[in-house]
Design a protein around this ligand. Sequence first.
Ligand SMILES: *[C@@H]1O[C@H](CO)[C@@H](O)[C@H](O)[C@H]1NC(C)=O
Length: 723
Amino acid sequence: MKLSAVIALVATACTSANIIFPFVQPTCNHESVGWTGCLRGQQCLEDNTCVPTYATSSFESRDTTPRTDGRCGSDFSGATCAPKGAYGGCCSKYGHCGKTLDHCLVSNGCQSGCTEPAGTTAAPLPTTAPASVAGPGVSNSEPVIGPLSSTAAGDGATGPVTTDGTCGASKGGTMYGFCGKTSAHCGEGCQSGPCSQAPISPAPSAAPAPQNSNPGSFRTVGQSGVPAMHAALLPNGRVVFLDKLSNGQYAYSAEYDPESNTYTPLAYKTNAFCSGGSFLSNGTVLNVGGNAPLTWLDDTVGNGFQGIRYLTRSSSDASQDGENWNEPGNQLNTARWYPTLQTMPDGSIFVASGSLNGLNPTVLANNNPTYEILSAEGVTLGQSITMQLLVKAQPYYMYPFIHLLPDGTLFVFVSKSSETFDVANQKTTKSFPDLPGDYRTYPNAGGSVMLPLSAQNNWTPEVMICGGGAYQDITSPTDPSCGRIAPLVPNAAWEMDAMPEGRGMVEAVLLPDGTVLWVNGAQKGAEGFNLATDPAFEVLIYNPKATLGQRWTTGASSTIPRLYHSVALLLLDGTLMIAGSNPDQMPVVAPDVDPQGFHTEFAVEIYTPPYLSGDNANRRPTAITLSKLDIETGVSTFTISFTAPGNAQKVQVALYHGGFVTHAVHMSHRMLFLETQGWKAGATEQTITVAGPPNNNVAPPGPYVVYVVVDGVPGVGQFVMVS
Ligand SMILES: *[C@@H]1O[C@H](CO)[C@@H](O)[C@H](O)[C@H]1NC(C)=O
């Protein structure tokens, strides 16, 4: 049955107008008992299509009249909660079976055999977990620090309270009252005197950029199935998305196939809302941390604050495709909501920061400014070690930007401050001047990227950070400026540049031709629910090799806002996938439900970059064959044979790792240009020899994609394993 026919069928079964069905999905098995292949909260019809159990776009418009026949949900649902079924005997108003009071109290909307007199009016859907369900000191929602304080300047202040968000309201600290010596505490606009590390010059303001002569294009290709808050490209070429839940239809994760533009639902056991991730050296995706149990909505999803989840896919064996997240019960040493991960040279995983409970980060007792190490198998070594850079950056200490540098140290950036950190010796090896401008990390995140490493410049790393904002409120300005630094060079300093406009939640994606796309986000506001407006629709293209002042051009524009909880990542075919945007605490699909008129966005878009647009589409290298798919660092060379287009002049081989994407942070993302020999300019049949990466500091072990790039145009990538 065609999608449109399903929609027509469902629509006639309901009386409500303006129905939106984000989850109509064509394949399930209605004869299967239990797992049918539908997302949780969906049911499988006799024609093997999945439709939402509740076919309405808002909770309020659903029929919540208690039933007397033990069935669940509205008339549309046929599900029953057998008294001794796996999930208990009551039906919640959302159509789920369970034993909790949320399922069984009439006043909570129970549909079946309940403990209160029939006829009691159902309570409206809670927008946050009741405290009694979330548990003491634990929140399902997200704290908002709020706009600038208007309270009088504190003891140490020498001037009036600033309004630019740069500096403190009390006791000479930041606007949130924290004391310190960094420019986050006492830079431009500080009320309490100069600062030892105050930037010498202010950040540049927005600078216009010309349109790229080949701006690329957007198209919408499918639906993400769940709100796409987290994403990663899997070794099978598909993309995994994760989020909390969706509009009362309990979906948590989905595996999206960019070839067919369909998805398969995936289950997990613990709440991965606002978690972090990276890859194990054997290619398995690791996802850690998250939020409180969702028992108030769905008692199958447990506490995720210390959760560790694994997802394994193979580039050569399809048998694991569609398998759920694996949670054998391993736990983080400490609770982490908003952690950043980086895979290390020995395959261990560095996990930094996070909130202990999802509560107000201006209260230090809620914060976890520490890191812990997981083994190469993704099991904690059992120690959480305080990290001073995170301590002093509070409350701007979560989701730090972290990049593994080719000397084996980590570049860590949070708030406005950065350093290199030697993990083995647990010490800071270098501190950098603060980056001028606004806050750059959560809740005013910009984006950060390590520019392509290459054999030609002896793997000298450069890190670039753009965007950000002044404070966590919808009135916050966003920062147009960017800083670029080569952290391993003596006296490393920030070189400043500017985007055409201020942007928060802007994220950087490396392209195999060496340019960087900066996409998504908003021109006003901050991270948090309903805290941003003025969506940034335009792709910004950055050419790191151009002269300062000429590096930016603008690409095509989308028409779909990509605000909080949106993602962008490169696919095997060299196009960019853009998905997500969920600025609402509870995902809403109807545009008018959100105070700013935004809604949970399920549309998946593809941005075709300049290198595959116009004539370039006909100049891709084809028939690419690698002599081996396992690449050992240090010793390995391999050959690639391929067919080049006529009169081609130049080849590059990019070794690409997309990492794990969430909240504008691309964890473990990196790209290397490898050394090549044997290119024959002008020839169509080519066999080149490629030298693998010199060591695991340059390329930590794990899955990478090899792209052959001829005259700037990439062929379709292929997964390899680097060890
Ligand atoms: C990788 O290691 C993890 C943790 O030991 C394991 O769960 C997973 O199955 C492994 N993946 C592969 C591809 O062997």
